[in-house]
Design a protein around this ligand. Structure first.
Ligand code: PBG
Length: 324
């Protein structure tokens, strides 16, 4: 007879609950929301179950998520072509789509944590996160100056957390200084610290019509083969004053989530990106995968790897499933 029987700790739901090492709750989740200036809510073909919301629809959806226990949203704008320029100057418009969305959300849902994305791609006629030089290079320092203005525009409109996703060098420190210089010392910075040049962003770019017009993002987003480089980015972001750090995508990069977790005492976020969400949906649609079970398992896996918080399009659905 075996002396050790690990199965004793699995013999009932109550004991399994007592022994569980990693938990998942609605309060761990951040819900990414797409918004446009149109008055109609448009279902997104590239992201089943997700919508490009009108401002009214956005507020209703954020409230619905809040009522399910989701405490944070991150906003992504679909900017009209006429407002897209090579310098992304619309990011400075205090009456633009994102500032208006922030004010409406704050009024309707005062305690909801409002996170904003800092990067030029939705505003760029080139579809890049930074300013593109005539020879195709992405200009780092010129871009950082615009990103600081974008962050200030978002802070003035009520953002709680600024999340730079652009991967320019030095942007966390520069944004911190810009925010502090205008009295926004309480506005947090969640840095996309290790953001990889991933094929899994495809459905997102479809949702915002933000794919690069030429070239790709490999001169600023990280090479999928690298892990020490993520730790170097982490050191820099910590030194520059990041309050939280992120790894993105999540599922294919769980080793990086673990490495970053072990190397920092800051809260670690992971972004289960559009392609990860779509892949699970498509597999479930085939009839061979149970969406609820697979989605919850993928989220627990991301938490188990070391993420404190998870950006996921499953946020309201998962909150509903977890409440049962
Ligand atoms: C843009 C940005 C991207 C995502 C979040 N912010 C796309 C990109 O870098 O091209 C992707 C999110 C997703 O795929 O769900 N700065």
């Amino acid at each position: 007879m075996p002396l050790h029987r690990p199965r004793r700790n699995r013999k009932s739901a109550a004991i399994r609950d007592l022994c569980r090492e990693t938990t998942l709750s609605a309060a761990d989740l951040v819900y990414p929301l797409f918004v446009h200036a149109d008055g109609v809510d448009t279902a997104l073909e590239s992201l089943p179950g997700q919508t490009r919301w009108s401002l009214d629809g956005l507020v209703t959806e954020a409230r619905r998520a809040w009522d399910l226990g989701v405490r944070a949203v991150v906003l992504f704008p679909k900017i009209e072509d006429a407002l897209k320029t090579s310098d992304g100057r619309e990011v400075r418009n205090g009456d633009g789509l994102i500032p208006e969305a922030l004010r409406r959300l704050r009024a309707a849902c005062p305690d909801l944590c409002l996170i904003t994305d800092v990067a030029l791609d939705p505003y760029s006629s080139d579809g890049h996160d930074g300013i593109v030089a005539p020879d195709g290079r992405i200009l780092n320092d010129e871009t950082v100056a615009v990103l600081c203005e974008q962050a200030l525009t978002q802070a003035r409109a009520g953002a709680d957390v600024i999340a730079p996703s652009d991967m320019m060098d030095g942007r966390v420190g520069a944004i911190r200084a810009a925010l502090d210089g205008e009295g926004f010392s309480e506005v947090s910075i969640l840095s996309y610290t290790a953001k990889y040049a991933s094929a899994f962003y495809g459905p997102f770019r479809g949702a915002l019509d933000s794919a690069p017009k030429a070239g790709d993002k490999r001169t600023y987003q990280m090479d999928p083969g690298n892990c020490r480089e993520a730790l170097r980015e982490l050191e820099l972001d910590e030194a520059e004053g990041a309050d939280m750090v992120m790894v993105k995508p999540a599922g294919p990069y769980l080793d990086i989530v673990r490495d970053v977790r072990e190397a920092t005492n800051l809260p670690v976020a992971a972004y289960q990106v559009s392609g990860e969400y779509l892949a699970l949906h498509a597999a479930a649609q085939s009839g061979w995968l149970d969406l609820e079970a697979a989605a919850l398992e993928s989220l627990v896996g991301i938490r188990r790897a070391g993420a404190d918080l998870i950006f996921t399009y499953f946020a309201p659905a998962a909150a509903g499933w977890l409440a049962r």
